[in-house]
Ligand binder design. Structure first.
Ligand code: AHR
Length: 318
């Protein structure tokens, strides 16, 4: 907590889009970065934000960070990016809440000569509008999740899907990977799909309605761990046993799911690494120095099962 307070004092915080104003201090020689974060919808997102703020806080002599929390609204992220352009930051980091609708503001950044790094989520724009994407292979995560679900169900059963934010690359690509892989398992039926917006509260709400509508659910797949944690609550309240009667597979690897696995209430989490602060600032430094970066800097990730959760939990950092 103490560490986080120090870090918060070290960066300028823009909540929503209410940009506090001010110009960058070009004379400082520091790397000046604006970061437009999605919001605080999940534990994973909190870990990513902490990783970015912590790194900036540890490097105050060389980095000045301006951080905006868009409260899950694209218009707020666009306003934040415009504020950063106005300030004349060296590099902009953007975790696009949805894939589309970024061309205009990214052209403005390009015209101002400010490189943009997509962090964790991609946007559908031409290559000239961003410098690099740092993040995971979401299709691969969805495929790994489907393989785990097929294994848990012995290749037979009814599955419901809790989907992430509509239009988000993390949701679109994970579902593609999951469904493509599931097509190889014809005895597993996807009986319902609905968005839970990557939040625990909505994951619970959607699972409650699935449980009312379908008497036989053998597995729940969720695009993130927070939604599965909500689903676990709903399953228990419905008098069923998550992790045994209804198997769970989700993506992220947050501590809450490891705790649920240790308690026997969840089965598998596919890791998605949020600790992107060091990679992000390294890329920003290199861009400021005029280097050209690969278009995709990929994160490496694993799969964690209930059987080893008690051992694995000790080494989890988020
Ligand atoms: O973009 C990554 C996803 O966004 C994470 O899986 C999810 O938890 C977050 O909100």
């Amino acid at each position: 907590m103490k560490k986080l307070t120090v870090v918060l004092m070290a960066v300028s915080l823009l909540t929503g889009f209410a940009f506090a104003g001010g110009k960058k201090d070009a004379s400082s020689g520091k790397l000046i970065v604006g970061f437009a974060q999605i919001g605080q919808e999940s534990g994973w997102r909190g870990a990513e934000t902490n990783s970015i703020m912590f790194y900036a806080g540890q490097n105050l002599d060389t980095i000045q960070l301006h951080f905006a929390d868009a409260q899950q609204k694209q218009e707020n992220q666009i306003k934040a990016v415009r504020s950063f352009i106005q300030m004349g930051v060296d590099v902009i980091g953007l975790a696009p809440v949805v894939e589309t609708g970024w061309e205009t503001v990214l052209k403005e950044a390009k015209d101002a000569g400010i490189p943009v790094i997509f962090v964790d989520r991609m946007a559908k724009v031409s290559d000239d509008l961003y410098a690099t994407f740092i993040g995971s292979d979401f299709i691969d995560e969805g495929m790994k999740a489907a393989k785990e679900m097929a294994r848990l169900l012995g290749d037979n059963g009814n599955v419901v899907m809790l989907e992430g934010t509509v239009g988000a690359s993390a949701a679109i690509d994970r579902q593609k990977g999951f469904l493509d892989e599931m097509a190889k398992h014809p005895n597993i039926k996807i009986i319902a799909r609905q968005s839970g917006d990557f939040t625990r509260a909505k994951g619970k709400e959607v699972m409650e309605s699935f449980l009312k509508s379908y008497s036989k659910i053998d597995g729940v797949y969720a695009d993130n761990d927070d939604m599965v944690l909500g689903a676990i609550e709903a399953i228990k309240e419905a008098g069923k046993k998550p992790g045994t009667e209804i198997k769970t597979v989700s993506v992220d690897g947050v501590k809450g799911v490891f705790e649920a696995m240790v308690a026997g209430e969840a089965n598998v989490t596919v890791e998605c690494n949020p600790l992107l602060g060091p990679q992000f600032f390294d890329a920003a430094k290199r861009l400021k120095a005029g280097e050209k970066l690969p278009k995709w800097i990929k994160s490496e990730e694993g799969v964690f099962r209930r059987e080893t959760a008690a051992k694995d939990i000790g080494s989890r950092q988020y």
